[in-house]
Design a protein around this ligand. Structure first.
Ligand SMILES: Cc1cc2nc3c(=O)[nH]c(=O)nc-3n(C[C@H](O)[C@H](O)[C@H](O)COP(=O)(O)OP(=O)(O)OC[C@H]3O[C@@H](n4cnc5c(N)ncnc54)[C@H](O)[C@@H]3O)c2cc1C
Length: 381
């Protein structure tokens, strides 16, 4: 195992999502002028993944909502090819086509993939994780099929909202009240009310499955009933892309655990959805857009200098569905009634004090600069 610390000249970034892109930009911002090689399984440039279940599903023929500014980091980009393994002693990443890429330092930013509900594959089960997934679903929605979305989290609600906006008869199958598990019942209520008012059918259930009868795939919500629809979309969580690291020696009980600066080894960092960071007394993945950016910044800097900062993390999350928008800074779910800071309870800035003394600041259907919302969260409560 190579643990010798010296200035790297050749850095390989595996994963061309926002964490990989931010790592490349940070390496350059830190003054790294050596070679960066990015290995990306998707054939396209990095894009805004959050847009896939929001504007991209709603925007008719517009194909631009997900685009990010063109990269300026000057890395060698190898797109459309996945990393299949890494030999940390020889410092080489093995690619799916058998090629080998040497490195002095490595950034692992391979994100996650969608967890599927159907075992063995169902041709009408869609998931939304990649641009290709979102475009395939959008193309399918044009003919206004009936849709059942399984998963009452933010992603499921956004997809159900997009399907309804496309004119599809849409049913959402959710474990409990949609969004309540993630946000708490108070914040879930306006989204549920707006969804019902716009015609969404909500089925609350224990644990749904996909079953096949007469060659037709159906959703079985768990109470003996079945729901038939032309299209099934599942939004039931994600699986970290660590399979290619299985024999690398870098995993801890199957997880890619990093230290507070994103390091797995002195010359190997990880960031984004794939990485489990120590935070708030536990080690966990925080699969959110801005946490991927924050993590990639510290992880890339940590490869270059021993005095790089540790991750200082304030959770930020947003969603848009059924004509409502929500921005949340601080831990969720929130419990009880909020303090109204600006506007009203249905269109305003709200704050909750968490049992641990920290705070959560929320903009519900209300425009506010994010730095101001940040100030209104924890520290100023
Ligand atoms: C539809 C959708 C909506 C979302 N909405 C929000 C939101 O509103 N707010 C929010 O905060 N977060 C949202 N998220 C989560 C957010 O997009 C992620 O937290 C973020 O994209 C994580 O970035 P990442 O770079 O770590 O991983 P990813 O974006 O998953 O990128 C990883 C990249 O690595 C590639 N890769 C995987 N394996 C390999 C391999 N072996 N070799 C080479 N490349 C590989 C993948 O193909 C992918 O391109 C959403 C996610 C989805 C799917």
């Amino acid at each position: 195992m190579n643990t010798l610390r010296r200035t790297p000249r050749d850095i390989v970034v595996v994963g061309n999502g926002i964490a990989g892109l931010t790592a490349c930009d940070t390496l350059r911002a830190e003054g790294f002028d050596g070679r960066i090689t990015v290995i990306g399984e998707e054939p396209v440039a990095p894009y805004s993944r959050p847009a896939l279940s929001k504007a991209l599903l709603r925007d008719g023929d517009d194909l631009t909502s997900h685009l990010l500014p063109e990269a300026t980091h000057g890395a060698i980009e190898r797109r459309g090819i996945g990393a299949a393994g890494v030999d940390i002693d020889r410092q080489r990443v093995r690619l799916a086509d058998g090629d080998d890429v040497p490195y002095d330092a490595l950034v692992i930013a391979t994100g996650t993939r969608a967890r599927r509900l159907g075992r063995g594959g169902h041709s009408n089960e869609y998931t939304v994780r990649t641009l290709a997934d979102a475009l395939a679903l959008r193309a399918r929605l044009v003919s206004k099929p009936s849709v059942v979305v399984v998963g009452g989290g933010p992603l499921g609600m956004e997809i159900a909202s997009g399907a309804l906006a496309a004119g599809c008869a849409t049913t959402l199958v959710s474990k409990g009240i949609p969004l309540a598990f993630h946000l708490g019942e108070w914040l879930a209520a306006p989204f549920r009310n707006a969804a019902l008012a716009q015609g969404l059918t909500i089925v609350t259930t224990g644990s749904a499955q996909i079953v096949t009868r007469d060659d037709v795939s159906l959703v079985a919500p768990g109470d003996g009933a079945v729901i038939e629809a032309d299209v099934i979309v599942t939004a039931i969580g994600d699986v970290p892309n660590v399979d290619w690291l299985a024999t690398s020696g870098l995993l801890t009980s199957g997880a890619l655990v990093v230290d507070r600066r994103g390091l797995v080894r002195p010359n190997i960092a990880a960031a984004g959805d794939v990485a489990a960071f120590p935070h708030a007394g536990r080690v966990a993945r925080v699969p959110l857009w801005t946490s991927a950016i924050d993590q990639a910044k510290v992880a890339a800097a940590a490869l270059l200098r021993p005095d790089a900062p540790e991750l200082a993390f304030q959770q930020y999350f947003w969603t848009e569905a059924f004509g409502l928008s929500l921005k949340v800074i601080g831990p969720t779910p929130v419990v009880g009634e909020p303090e109204i800071v600006e506007g009203t309870a249905t269109q305003g800035v709200l704050r909750w004090r968490q049992p641990d003394g920290s705070g959560t600041a929320v903009a519900l259907d209300y425009r506010i600069p994010i730095p101001k919302l940040r100030r209104l969260s924890a520290h100023d409560l």
